[in-house]
Design a protein around this ligand. Structure first.
Ligand SMILES: NC(=O)c1ccc[n+]([C@@H]2O[C@H](COP(=O)([O-])OP(=O)(O)OC[C@H]3O[C@@H](n4cnc5c(N)ncnc54)[C@H](OP(=O)(O)O)[C@@H]3O)[C@@H](O)[C@H]2O)c1
Length: 285
């Protein structure tokens, strides 16, 4: 019997649990990989920055896990297929797939950019879709598996200056909900994760005052894993923010929401990432 960190993963792969974490080069993805490594699990880590991915692999190994390093982009069909083939050939398949890669730039509709919408959807929605297409057949065939999609509380309403991000996360939440229903009875479970604010590279570019109940990265990752371990359909946190957003803001009459959100729009201040500036200088795709 192998060491499984004392965790019952609910799947029966016959060895340490095999988990994919996309976007494992920083923030929540890196910390999820490290915490899963501490369970003695096998962690396949993806992301575009190969050097940062190696650092994540070192953290996984130092914590007691096994790491498979798969540098590349979730926006590239061939790379995603190649990464899944590498996982199959190393471990025979996957037990968990944590689809966490994401980008989140501010965009004011007064300066609308279709390129920001396209890029955001390509990573946040289609990046997850490419991995669902790659990983689901194997999970269905083995009769077990857990898909974890990292969406956001921002997906519950169109937040000011956040159209591309809110829309991409709303679409991801709906896609995952349909998948959860379709996959009932196959042994494959789908968990949607909606974090509030957690410290990461993405949130480091936000104005601190616009992030109530900001969490430390290890606490955010631990909250995700507690929810997945419990197999909640939707994991949302921290509760002082997520309960009002999910059960109040999301149900507010439209005209009232519009007024409140307009009043709050000036709180949304974000420094663009280097990638966003590069893309903006290239103009529309
Ligand atoms: N932190 C929060 O407050 C918060 C709240 C709600 C939801 N979320 C969600 O949590 C997830 C993780 O975000 P984070 O906050 O930890 O931010 P982060 O530190 O910026 O991490 C984002 C990760 O996504 C990866 N990524 C971006 N573009 C990619 C691409 N084309 N292909 C593959 N990977 C790509 C990045 O890796 P490379 O750049 O190396 O490719 C990085 O590892 C995101 O989906 C985000 O929307 C975060």
């Amino acid at each position: 019997m192998f060491y499984n960190g004392g965790m019952d993963d609910g799947v029966k792969s016959g060895g340490p649990t095999r988990v994919l974490v996309t976007g494992a080069t920083s923030g929540l993805g890196r910390e999820l990989a490290r915490q899963l490594g501490a369970r003695g699990w096998r962690v396949a880590a993806t992301g575009r920055r190969a050097d940062e991915l190696q650092k994540t692999a070192q953290l996984v190994r130092a914590a007691g896990g096994e790491a498979l390093v798969l540098p590349g982009s979730v926006t590239d069909d061939e790379q995603v297929r190649g990464h899944y083939a590498a996982i199959r050939s190393a471990w025979g398949g996957l037990d968990w797939a944590i689809l966490n890669s994401g980008v989140g730039e501010a965009m004011d509709a007064r300066e609308f950019s279709a390129e920001v919408v396209r890029w955001t959807f390509d990573v946040n929605l289609l990046g997850a879709a490419r991995w669902l297409e790659a990983a689901l057949p194997g999970m269905i065939a083995q009769g077990s598996g857990v898909i974890v999609g990292v969406a956001s509380l921002a997906g519950y309403r169109g937040l000011p200056k956040s159209g591309p991000y809110s829309a991409s996360k709303a679409a991801l939440m709906t896609l995952l909900e349909s998948a959860r229903v379709d996959l009932r009875g196959t042994g494959v479970e789908v968990v949607t994760v909606c974090p509030g604010f957690v410290k990461s590279e993405m949130t480091a570019r936000n104005d601190r005052r616009s992030m109530p109940f900001l969490m430390e990265t290890p606490d955010g990752a631990a909250a995700i894993l507690r929810g997945v371990d419990a197999r909640r359909s939707v994991v949302h946190f921290p509760w002082p923010l997520s309960l009002p957003v999910k059960y109040l803001l999301a149900r507010l009459p439209d005209a009232l929401y519009d007024r409140l959100a307009f009043a709050a729009r000036n709180f949304r201040k974000k420094t663009p990432s280097e990638e966003a500036l590069r893309r903006a200088s290239r103009g529309p795709a």
